[in-house]
Write a protein that binds this ligand. Structure first.
Ligand code: G4P
Length: 529
């Protein structure tokens, strides 16, 4: 098969949601359709369960599972589907943000009763910034929830989206009768039987027909007609170009647990969702169909077995093909590397493959060469853009608790930061190290992993910072900037890439700095250009 044909078959996407909305359940049903798993319950949830185990043990458990669920691939019809795992827990938000740089589209899952929740808002905002095409799936229609129109309003307002429903529920909860599929113009009746794999649908071009009353009862038929009329009046017609540009989001309703409405979602998804898309590098826009391979690291899993320093770097192939044993250029290190056992992913299994195509993910065994964001090419010196660091939410000094082990501590911190577990800042004034994280949980994880994987001990000390702001001077030589550096000396640090940041202790001090030094721009994201 030609390169272009192979690549155009790929659909690489992520499912995003607030925890408990039904991401794992939906993933599992999608895999069932692909024949990749045989029974429900096969996909393990990587949720952080609050329970008897302490939080960091729970995270270790989660980490074990998330190796298995990092990429779930299957074939459906003539498409190769790659689902990238995006943890919903807020402490892993940074992980999810990075994974979103490797997807070509997303499905947003929303709980019909809870509506738009906090984590969904944050993740959708990142997708909106990147114009990632999104399809919305409103889940749990077998339960009582919010009115469909109210929910659509909420999605538009809270998520800043412009939606158009491609299906519409008939009743809900106890009274849930089924779904009218606006896209396919048919009705799918709900039987509550989750074992059914292929739902039977009844074609219904004309909802005015009296047959509709016979099928779902007069009251439901009448309200469906009204709802559809309103839908056609209020919402724009579906337009694929607008969807692909991230300007219009189609909405589906269903119940993942009952495997209801999932087939419609999947069928529509493979028809609408984009094949691998071009990606910007620092020198040019790279097209997936180019012959030459290029790709970037968006995730690193390390030391699952503390006895072996095993790391698995996940590469999204941006263009061409990745071949086993072929030398590729690690652009940052200027080194040529060969990989004898690249892993491809199928359902929950990894296997060694000879060739993978743009859109696919390969897992490369790594002995410490890779950092998140690294680019691999066939020789071209370019770097992919778009793996920014966001300002952490928590900041603490990290101290060495065992002076005999300072080398180990340094190495451990270094590697954990490469993996993207947290961010390291080094104070300009005295060289003290500060760890910034998205969630407080990460401190326990770091402490635990430093001890168990590197034999080093650390303690933390509070450091009151509100946000890290990356500094962009208009002119590094100007007087104003020099004064800013002098006055803020105590609050200046370098990030791991050597970029200067201002560790502001309050929103007030950021406002003051902006007022006093208008030529010094402050950014909450490391990649601001
Ligand atoms: P997540 O990955 O987004 O965090 O959510 P997950 O799929 O784990 O689903 C969260 C809970 O919601 C699960 O119940 C799941 O069974 C339930 N659920 C998912 N889809 C539907 C649906 O369409 N209808 C109904 N009624 N429930 C649904 P749980 O009790 O928390 O977990 P479990 O013990 O069933 O695994």
């Amino acid at each position: 098969m030609s390169l272009q044909k192979e690549i155009s078959k790929r659909r690489t996407f992520g499912i995003i949601s607030h925890p408990d909305a039904g991401k794992t359940t939906l993933t599992e049903k999608l895999l069932l359709f692909g024949g990749a798993i045989q029974e429900a319950g096969a996909v393990k949830s990587n949720k952080i369960k609050k329970g008897a185990t302490s939080d960091f043990m729970e995270i270790e458990r989660q980490r074990g599972i998330s190796v298995a669920t990092s990429v779930l691939a299957f074939n459906y019809r003539d498409k190769k589907i790659n689902i990238l795992d995006t943890p919903g827990h807020k402490d892993f938000a940074e992980d999810t943000f990075r994974t979103l740089t490797a997807v070509d589209s997303v499905i947003v899952v929303i709980d019909v009763a809870k509506g738009v929740e906090e984590q969904t808002e944050k993740l959708v905002e990142v997708c909106r910034m990147r114009n990632i095409p999104m399809i919305v799936f409103i889940n749990k229609l077998d339960r009582e929830g919010k009115d469909a129109f109210d929910l659509l309003d909420e999605v538009e307002q809270k998520l800043g989206l412009r939606v158009t429903p491609l299906s519409f529920p008939i009743g809900m909860g106890y009274d849930f009768k089924g779904i009218y599929n606006i896209w396919e113009k048919n009705i799918n009746l709900f039987s509550g039987d989750s074992r059914k794999n292929i739902e039977e649908t009844i074609a219904f071009d004309d909802v005015e027909s009296p047959e509709l009353d016979e099928l779902i009862g007069e009251a439901h038929a009448e309200s469906l007609r009204e709802n559809l009329e309103l839908t056609y009046e209020v919402y724009p017609d579906f337009d694929r170009d607008a969807y692909l540009k991230g300007e219009l989001q189609p909405v589906f309703f269903g119940s993942a647990l009952n495997n209801f409405g999932v087939r419609e979602l999947l069928d529509c998804f493979i028809e609408l969702a984009p094949a691998p898309r071009p990606k910007q590098s620092n020198t040019r826009l790279v097209d997936p169909n180019e012959e030459a391979f290029s790709g970037f690291v968006f995730k690193i899993h390390a030391n699952m077995d503390p006895k072996h320093r095993d790391r698995l770097a996940f590469i999204k192939i941006v263009s061409g093909t990745f071949e086993r044993n072929k030398p590729y250029l690690h652009v940052r290190n200027k080194k040529k590397l060969k990989f004898s056992s690249p892993n491809a992913f199928f359902a929950e299994k990894k296997e060694i493959v000879d060739i993978s195509y743009a859109g696919d993910i390969v897992g490369l065994h790594d002995t410490g060469n890779f950092k998140i964001g690294d680019t691999l090419t066939e020789g071209e010196e370019m770097l992919f853009k778009g793996i920014p660091s966001f300002s952490p939410e928590h900041f603490r000094y990290i101290n060495n608790a065992d002076p005999m082990k300072s080398k180990q501590l340094e190495k451990g911190i270094d590697q954990l930061m490469d993996e993207g577990v947290a961010q390291l800042f080094t104070l300009e004034l005295n060289g003290r190290k500060i760890i910034g994280t998205v969630g407080a949980l990460q401190y326990e994880v770091i402490q635990y992993r430093l001890e168990h994987e590197y034999g080093a001990k650390c303690t933390y000390e509070n450091f009151p910072v509100f946000k890290a702001c990356w500094i962009e001077p208009e002119d590094p030589k100007n007087e104003e900037y020099q004064e800013f550096l002098r006055v803020k000396q105590k609050f200046l640090a370098k990030d791991k890439k050597g970029q200067l940041v201002f560790l502001a202790d309050s929103p007030f001090s950021i406002d003051m700095a902006k007022q006093k030094y208008p030529s010094v721009k402050l950014h909450y994201v490391s990649e601001y250009k």
